[in-house]
Design a protein around this ligand. Structure first.
Ligand code: UDP
Length: 464
């Protein structure tokens, strides 16, 4: 298709530069978007730092330019605040090398006519650099429209005293921003202190600035899912907003951009399970839990009696960076009923007919992948936008339920799993998820809303 478009433009592909934030949940949607743009006739150059470095050999259609970030290796990336600090550090450390690499690329004869840079909304510095070199910019925000509204509302939430959040107020509603409660307001809970509060304020205001100063904001969501949120966002922000998701469905044939080796054997294991019988359990690439929580989670899963596929990635348990071990007796209690892998082809797992529910940390990609596969969720959100995503899953889309609050207790986990996987409640959540799956599929047909947004995005890029 790309060749056809390129031929239509005289055989010259205009070039789109992309700079993903080097975290899994940001890399995947950016690569899917790059795949979409390539299919529409653009040449693609990917800029990437050394941190979580990408493998160019897996993406032969794209050109790659490494940006040496100079960040010392091996200092571990444990915890959320460390990830936030890492994002700010990447902005600083990549500025000079990116400027140099971009200037060199622009001066290279035959590199093609550079149309724009699409950067992750957390890379404001790179967008500033590009604009100073005359390259227009677009921001890709890899979360929901609702969560971006929270980003923009952060100063108001502080002025009105909702933030920093106080333990006693966590369950209070926030009337300015329904359906959120205080516990869903982009916090680290009440544990981050002033340092955490300031860091999150900085990162959110930079992302909002990145969108407002760009030539357009691209969101991995779709109109039927977030109709009113998108409408409100468009009133609030002067630049065009392109709701082009779910990107993994728009660009399904793209090669995997997984940083970890995906264990594909679990798909065969799923083949042998009954339809909608398996609980898939995964907490994404960054979220972590205490050793005690893992034990309660494990016994909740075991005692529920349901088959399960559990992703135990290295580093999932705080204080155990390499090996995650399940409690003594767990294997015997669940023999023949479960599979454990360290990383899964999640998208394909969720689309497998044997999967009937997803115990998730409610990262946005996971949420979208689950909804688009018609799989209801049991949400155990940790930080950032996850509690807000979970709130939407339970209260707005009614396609799952939330295990929130403080300490987990194994009885709670078991009951919630049974509610999700058995009985009328669970069936209704599955029905709701199935409806959203259909709406997502309609959106990506030729006259569907996401497809039209992609057309608009392509025309917009051509006009820059
Ligand atoms: N993922 C995967 N294998 C796994 C777990 C997750 O490929 O075993 C992918 C998942 O499909 C999603 C991404 O990693 O695209 C995680 O993104 P999300 O926004 O859900 O969470 P984050 O890791 O950013 O917290």
């Amino acid at each position: 298709e790309g060749e056809r478009y390129a031929a239509a433009t005289g055989g010259v592909r205009r070039r789109v530069l992309v700079f993903p934030l080097p975290f899994q949940g940001h890399i995947n949607p950016m690569f899917h978007l790059a795949g979409v743009l390539h299919a529409r006739g653009f040449a693609v150059t990917v800029f990437h730092p050394d941190f979580n470095a990408l493998d160019p050999s897996r993406h032969p259609s794209f050109d790659f330019v490494p940006v040496h970030d100079g960040i010392p290796r091996g200092d571990g990336d444990d915890g959320v605040l460390a990830s936030v600090a890492r994002i700010l550090e990447l902005n600083r450390s990549c500025e000079a090398p990116f400027r140099e690499r971009l200037a060199a690329l622009l001066a290279t004869p035959g590199c093609g006519d550079v149309a724009c840079l699409v950067a992750d909304a957390h890379l404001l510095t790179m967008m500033d650099v590009a604009r100073r070199l005359g390259v227009p910019t677009l921001a890709l925000r890899t979360g929901s429209a609702a969560s971006f509204r929270l980003f923009a509302a952060f100063p108001m939430l502080c002025d009105k005293g909702y933030l920093p959040a106080r333990e006693s107020k966590l369950d209070s509603l926030v009337p300015e921003l329904p359906p959120y409660r205080v516990r869903e307001l982009m916090t680290f809970g009440t544990g981050g202190g002033d340092h955490g509060h300031n860091l999150i304020g900085e990162i959110l205001s930079r992302a909002v600035a990145a969108a407002r100063t760009s030539s357009g904001l691209i969101l991995n969501t779709f109109n039927a899912l977030e109709t009113s949120e998108l409408a409100a966002l468009r009133l609030d922000i002067d630049v065009p907003v392109f709701d082009v998701g779910p990107l993994h469905k728009v660009s399904p044939a793209a090669p995997s951009s997984s940083l970890l080796q995906q264990d594909r054997g679990c798909l065969e294991w799923l083949d042998a399970q009954a339809p909608a019988s398996v609980l898939y359990v995964s907490f994404g690439s960054i979220a972590s839990m205490s050793a005690a929580e893992l034990v309660d989670m494990a016994w909740g899963i075991a005692n529920s009696g349901h088959p399960f596929l559990w992703v135990l990635r290295p580093g999932l348990v705080r204080g155990a960076p390499t090996q995650t071990t399940l409690p003594d007796g767990f294997d015997d209690a669940t023999r023949g009923r479960g599979a454990v892998v360290s990383w899964a082809p999640q998208d394909e797992v969720l689309a497998h007919c044997a999967v009937g529910g997803f115990l998730t940390h409610s990262g946005w990609n996971s949420t979208l992948e689950s909804l688009c596969a018609g799989v209801p969720m049991l949400c155990r959100p940790c930080f950032g936008d996850q509690p807000g995503n979970a709130r939407y899953v339970e209260h707005v889309w009614r396609a799952g339920l939330v295990l929130d609050g403080g300490e987990l207790e194994r009885g709670m986990v078991e009951t919630a799993i049974r509610r999700l996987m058995e009985g009328d409640d669970g069936a209704e959540m599955r029905r709701r998820a199935g409806e959203l799956k259909s709406r997502a599929a309609e959106g990506i047909t030729k006259a569907g809303s996401s497809c039209l947004s992609i057309d608009k995005l392509v025309n917009h890029i051509m006009s820059l």
